[in-house]
Design a protein around this ligand. Structure first.
Ligand SMILES: Nc1ncnc2c1ncn2[C@@H]1O[C@H](COP(=O)(O)OP(=O)(O)OP(=O)(O)O)[C@@H](O)[C@H]1O
Ligand SMILES: [Mg+2]
Length: 162
């Protein structure tokens, strides 16, 4: 099992919201190799945030991070799921997959590192910029991966960041 942990200097874990607070939960399956439907979950998350009149700058950061994470499942894994929990203070996104896993996450985080197949490159992916782009857009990122089993990526973006 390999692990990667990142949090912004000023990041403080938002308090676990009270049981009676309204949450919105969304969850979508992701099919490995299916570039036709790739990005559906992240665009639904984006649409929901827009409906909630979230700050457009924050919506953009979430949309980028969720899209890159979703595409990584399509490009590199067999199947997975993207889920999001939106509360008043933050959005938390979980992407889990069954796939080859990431043997060295530090290496995978380096801009330009990619193991994308020729087919994935043909689709216009494989620059090795997805994971660094996710990190640059979130307040908190945790990645856990096990070779031959799969990968779990979690991130959090705060709505107010003083
Ligand atoms: N869910 C995943 N399962 C297995 N390997 C992954 C997964 N996500 C990322 N990786 C590995 O990490 C590498 C870097 O990922 P990253 O998203 O930065 O670049 P990329 O997907 O190769 O290209 P780009 O995102 O720029 O189209 C991938 O090439 C792959 O080796
Ligand atoms: Mg990628």
């Amino acid at each position: 099992m390999t692990n990667y942990h990142y949090s912004k200097e000023n990041y403080r874990e938002p308090p676990i919201a009270d049981a009676d607070e309204d949450h919105i939960s969304l969850s979508f399956p992701i099919e490995g190799g299916d570039f036709t439907h790739a990005g559906y979950g992240s665009s639904e998350i984006k649409r929901t945030l827009k409906k909630l009149a979230a700050d457009p700058k924050i919506v953009r950061r979430i949309a980028i991070a969720a899209y890159e994470a979703e595409i990584n499942v399509v490009a590199h894994a067999y199947k997975g799921r993207i889920s999001a929990v939106i509360s008043s203070d933050a959005i938390r996104v979980f992407i889990e997959d069954q796939g080859p896993g990431i043997p060295d996450i530090e290496q995978a985080m380096q801009p330009g590192f990619s193991t994308a197949s020729p087919k994935v490159r043909e689709m216009g992916f494989g620059a090795g910029l997805g994971l660094p782009n996710i990190r640059d857009n979130v307040d908190f990122l945790h990645i856990e991966s096990e070779v031959s089993i799969g990968t779990i990526l979690q991130f959090c973006i705060l709505f107010r960041n003083e």
